[in-house]
Structures are given as structure tokens and as C-alpha cells.
Design a binder for this molecule. Structure first.
Ligand code: EPU
Length: 346
């Protein structure tokens, strides 16, 4: 597919990715291209050298763990822009470029008077990364606020729009981690912010805030402030301490399996899901195995939340993997549960 030669292609060579991933792990990209539009992406696809090379799509680097130098062309997605597309009787439809910072967009929607994303405040990363793992926090998942997104196919260069069904959202999962992994690039995301706005306050820590403040009817800005305070109190700021948020998914087990585990550990934190399965708190399992605050080399387990692995300064991806495997082994040894990493391991 031919595209106009107006968008310049910025090809960078031998780029250290340490400042481009939230874990601050060292990795060298032999070739990196910053992409700020669909047309720019098509120029990469049409390019004699880059077109056929395997590609790695990098957003804010908040959900990736580099354990080696990526042997492919790294595409840094920097598509910007935010706007209200439509105001309907039942919702505001808002669009943002994949390269926009997630938290900035959440804050901006609230400032504009379009609530709905407040429970997802302060999640590190970009707008384009949000649907990939169907980000979720404090009772809200992205898919509940999702309208559609635009992708560009990495082979044909064609643009397409995918709706919620086409994205196959699951718990920290989507088609972009499955059949479309490495095959297409998200360039824009549209959100559906339902009217009238209803706060989502079912999460234990939000209920606690309501009791503490005596405010039983918080507005969206207050929920936003509460979520920011809760996160700041127990999650490390990636700008200060390298980390990618939760390192493992919360495992989902059958009721029988759970009954067994509860029999042995009645304290275990678990949530019954609508389909009859049970979600266990991976942070609790890791904590129960004594990992909180521990380290292997320069990779450690965060002192205030055992589900978060951190870079204590100068850690390598190999050290993070060694720590992650040791945690997996001890949780398996004690509970018979295999923890699955949440971020993409390269
Ligand atoms: N817990 C412990 N010890 C720990 C950590 C947790 O006992 O070291 C217990 C807590 O006391 C609580 C339970 O485990 O009873 C769950 O912990 P928390 O409420 O902190 O939530 P989480 O299950 O660890 C999930 C998401 C987070 C999201 C929070 C809030 C996953 C993998 N993680 O964490 O998402 O912010 O709920 O909704 O689903 C992320 O994905 O990067 C992320 C931070």
C-alpha cells in the first residue's frame, strides 16, 4: 500500500530502552521508530528494510518486562489527540490517541465534566496499552467504559475499527494478547462514559473511605481523589521505583479447589465470581509465603504490596525473572497454584 511521503520516518539506532519501560530494565533496540499517525505506521510497513522485519509495539512500557534485547524493530506509539466525539442521551463518547498518557486522559475527562473513568485513575501507561490487558481497578474494568478502537494491520497497513465483541476482553486479557498479538497496532481508543453517572463504590477500600469521611455520596472527582490516595499509599510510583504494577494475575480456581485451600488456610482472601469460580488474591498467597520485602539480587518484592515486584536499582530482567520463578515455585509448593505473570515478558 503506497502512502504519501509527507510524514517523515524517524529511525533511531541502538537505543537503550531503560527509560522507556516502567521497570527501568536495560535492553538495547537496534532499531526504534516513533509512530505518530496511521500514515506513519504505513510508511514503516512500506519501508524496504523495516517492512518485513518482526516488530515489537511499545506504548508507555508499563506492562512489559525486558529480559533480553528485543531482536525486532521497536515501534514506539506516539499517536496523540483527545476529543469529545459525541454527546448522546445515554453517554459521552470520548476519543484519545494511543500515545496519550492514561492518567492524564482520565483527569482531563473529569475536568471536562465527563465522569466514568475515575476508578481507573493513576494506572501507569498509555491509552493504547489500556485495552491490551483490559486494565481494571476498584471495581471497574476498561471494557465497561469501552466503545471501540482503531487498529492498523502490521502486514497490510489497513486500518480497521474493532468494537467490544471483537476485542474479546477477559480478566487482564484481550485479543491483542492472543490472536492479534504482534499483528496489529492500536492507534486510537473510544470510551463510552454512561449517563447518568453512577459511582462504583463496592470495593472495600472505597467503602472504608466513605465511612472515614462520612461522605456516602461522593462525586466523581472525590472518587478520583480517593483512588489516587489509595494507590499512592500502597503502590510504588514507577517514576521513583521501577515496577509494572501487579506482576501476577489473581488466579481463578474451581469451587472444589478453593474449598480444599480454604480448609488448610481459612484466612485466604478470595472472591466468588458470577460463574461459580473463585478468584484468589495473589498478593495474599505471595505474602503468606513470606516474600514481602524480600529480594533476589536487585529485584525485590514491594514492602506494602506483595503482588508488585520492584527494581531496587540497576536490576536486570534476568534477576526479575529469577525472583518471579522463585515466587511461583513457593506458591505452587504451598498452595498447589500456578501464578501467571500479568505483564508481557520479552
Ligand atoms: N494482600 C495481602 N498481602 C499483600 C497484598 C495483598 O494480604 O501483600 C491482600 C489484601 O489485603 C487484599 C487482597 O490481598 O485483601 C487483594 O489486594 P488488593 O486489594 O491490593 O488488590 P489486588 O488483588 O492485589 C488488584 C489488581 C490491581 C488493582 C487492585 C484494585 C490484579 C492482578 N491486580 O490487585 O491492578 O489496582 O486490584 O482493584 O488484578 C495491576 O493490574 O497492575 C494493578 C495494580
Amino acid at each position: 500500500m503506497q502512502t504519501p511521503a509527507t510524514t517523515p520516518l524517524h529511525i533511531e539506532r541502538n537505543v537503550n530502552l531503560r527509560t522507556m519501560n516502567a521497570f527501568a530494565l536495560p535492553a538495547l533496540a537496534t532499531t526504534l521508530v516513533r509512530v505518530d499517525s496511521d500514515a506513519g505506521l504505513r510508511r514503516v510497513i512500506d519501508h524496504a528494510e523495516l517492512g518485513r522485519a518482526p516488530k515489537l509495539v511499545l506504548g508507555g512500557g508499563s506492562n512489559i518486562v525486558f529480559t533480553r534485547d528485543p531482536k525486532c524493530v521497536v515501534l514506539k506509539i506516539e499517536v496523540m489527540g483527545r476529543r469529545l466525539l459525541q454527546e448522546r442521551a445515554d453517554a459521552w463518547i470520548v476519543e484519545a490517541g494511543a500515545g496519550e498518557n492514561w492518567h492524564d486522559v482520565v483527569a482531563w475527562t473529569l475536568q471536562q465534566g465527563w465522569p466514568g473513568l475515575e476508578n481507573l485513575a493513576l494506572i501507569p501507561g498509555t491509552v493504547g496499552a489500556a485495552p491490551v490487558q483490559n486494565i481494571g481497578a476498584y471495581g471497574v474494568e476498561l471494557r465497561e467504559r469501552f466503545e471501540s478502537l482503531d487498529v492498523v494491520d502490521l502486514i497490510t497497513g489497513r486500518s480497521a475499527t474493532l468494537d467490544v465483541d471483537a476485542c474479546h476482553f477477559g480478566y487482564r486479557d484481550s485479543v491483542f494478547k492472543q490472536s492479534l498479538a504482534g499483528k496489529s497496532v492500536i492507534t486510537r481508543v473510544r470510551f463510552r462514559l454512561p449517563k447518568p453517572w453512577q459511582p462504583v463504590l463496592g470495593y472495600l477500600e472505597l467503602e472504608r473511605r466513605m465511612q472515614e469521611t462520612g461522605n456516602a455520596q461522593p462525586d466523581a472527582q472525590t472518587v478520583f481523589d480517593w483512588v489516587c490516595a489509595i494507590r499512592r499509599a500502597k503502590l510504588p510510583d514507577p517514576a521513583l521505583i521501577g515496577n509494572v504494577g501487579s506482576f501476577f494475575k489473581n488466579p481463578i480456581v474451581s469451587t472444589e479447589q478453593c474449598r480444599d485451600i480454604i480448609g488448610r488456610d481459612p484466612e485466604i482472601v478470595h472472591y466468588l465470581l458470577p460463574d461459580g469460580t473463585v478468584k484468589l488474591a495473589a498478593g495474599w498467597l505471595i505474602d503468606a509465603c513470606g516474600w514481602k520485602g524480600k529480594s533476589i539480587g536487585r529485584a525485590g518484592v514491594y514492602e506494602k504490596q506483595a503482588l508488585v515486584l520492584v527494581n531496587r536499582g540497576g536490576a536486570s530482567g534476568a534477576e526479575v525473572l529469577t525472583l518471579a520463578r522463585a515466587i511461583q515455585e513457593s506458591v505452587y509448593g504451598r498452595f498447589g497454584i500456578r501464578l501467571e505473570p500479568e505483564p508481557i515478558i520479552v
